[in-house]
Write a protein that binds this ligand. Structure first.
Ligand code: RNT
Ligand code: ZN
Length: 420
């Protein structure tokens, strides 16, 4: 039996097993095809970007490794992204950072215009993907003493406020051009290495700066802002201005999105428990799906318990429609395109596995106090043949099944990346 026949047969058998439990695998395949991930461009070039490629990374984020084949031009990065997208089933979005502007003359962050992103809009149209945006509030000399929007220096704040305003116009342009909402994510590194005296003034300044940035109304059809907090960063261990509580409340009161980066919490904190609590009140969520390992928050996402719990919460509580699932990790010790493929496919697998469950039936059991059934069925489900359904999803979406995609990466390395 060849692989194709094997996948087909396995899928038919899996379909019957799930059907016996009341789970419709066809419906799950349809639903999964509707879930867009937002793939982060910066995994492709170690967050260098094109505006200031030689600027060292600051703001407490770092990339390790020097795997050959680094993309250093817009054409190289867009080609790598296209290669990655061709190995990820379905249609998705791509997240850019402001530093990925493609300008004809040198420009600073407070000078960017929508047309500096025409390169990416043209590429996105060709690729059939949407674009999300991120202002870049780090790796820049105006990050002064660790502060941007919350700086005590008005000149510093004004520079970053202008950048934030421009990032919104760029996101609006993405939305208009591509016909789908562009999420504009804000993360700033502001904080102190050591214990501050005054914890409220920097937060007051951050709030005022953000209010100034979002002052001009924009049609949400085109763009909406999202705000990402953090527990701490390297070099900013004692106090982060934009903490989770700060942004949760900010997003709530301004009717914006709250961004939850899975790498930004206490190691034992379960981020998946936050979605339902926030979405009872809030407008929507953006996720930065990531994998914390000790003090690093950005390892390549894998199919682990944390990821499974995240996707289960979204599926079981029916929150996929109000959640933008972005990826955020960077690893330069492996082929950078493969990192996208591993992280994206793991995320989709976790969503699919969550969908392949008799959710209504389990909710009913829970309501009736039948915790025995809840435990027994969810445990048995773990060894159900969901991999066969995943393989079928890959076949239907014309991407390689199983580890076959690694052959594409090897060819791409030899023919493209290693020749740079
Ligand atoms: C940093 C945040 C932020 C960045 C990207 C590059 O801790 O997670 O989202 O990773 O903007
Ligand atoms: Zn993030």
């Amino acid at each position: 039996m060849n692989k194709e026949e094997n996948v087909k047969k396995s899928y038919e058998l899996a379909k019957e097993r799930y059907a016996a439990l009341g789970v419709d695998t066809e419906k799950a395949l349809e639903d999964l095809a509707k879930v867009k991930l937002s793939i982060h461009c910066w995994q492709g070039d170690d967050i260098h970007g094109f505006l200031f490629p030689n600027q060292e990374l600051t703001g407490g984020i770092g990339v390790s490794g020097n795997y050959p084949g680094l993309a250093t031009t817009p054409d190289q990065l867009s080609s790598d992204l296209s290669e990655g997208l061709s190995l990820i089933p379905g249609k998705h979005k791509v997240q850019l950072h402001a530093t990925y502007a493609v300008t004809d003359k040198p420009k600073d962050l407070d000078e960017l215009e929508p047309e500096d992103f025409k390169y990416w809009v043209d590429w996105a149209k060709k690729e059939g993907v949407g674009l999300d945006m991120n202002g870049t509030f780090f790796s820049h000399p105006m990050l002064k003493d660790g502060f941007t929007l919350a700086s005590p220096d008005k000149n510093v704040r004004d520079f970053w406020i202008e950048h934030g305003k421009r990032s919104r116009r760029i996101a609006e342009y993405f939305g208009k051009e591509l016909g789908q909402q562009s999420v504009n994510n804000f993360w700033v590194p502001d904080g102190y290495k050591d214990n501050p005296i005054d914890k409220i003034s920097p937060r007051r300044r951050l709030m005022a700066s953000l209010d100034e940035i979002i002052k001009e109304p924009m049609d949400e059809k085109n763009t909406i802002e999202a705000f990402e907090g953090k527990l701490f960063g390297t070099g900013v261990e004692s106090y982060t201005v934009g903490s989770h509580e700060f942004y949760e409340n900010y997003a709530l009161t301004r009717q914006k999105l709250w961004t939850i980066d899975a790498g930004h919490f206490h190691p034992t904190e379960d981020v998946s428990d936050k979605f339902s609590a926030f979405l009872l009140f809030g407008k929507g969520l953006m996720l930065h799906v990531s994998r914390p390992v000790r003090w690093d928050s950005d390892h390549v996402v894998i199919f682990d318990d944390a990821l499974i719990r995240i996707m289960r919460s979204l599926v079981r509580d029916d929150l996929l429609g109000r959640t933008n699932i972005g990826l955020d990790f960077f690893d330069a010790t492996i082929n950078r395109v493969s990192a996208w493929v591993v992280g994206a496919r793991a995320s989709q697998k976790a969503i699919l596995q969550a969908m392949l469950a008799p959710i209504d039936d389990l909710k009913k059991a829970e309501e009736q106090g039948d915790y025995t059934k809840r435990l027994a069925v969810t445990e048995e489900l773990k060894s159900y043949p969901f991999g066969a359904v995943w393989d079928e999803f890959c076949v239907r979406n014309n991407v390689p099944v199983g580890e076959d995609w690694l052959d594409n990466i090897k060819d791409y390395e030899n023919n493209v990346q290693f020749k740079r």
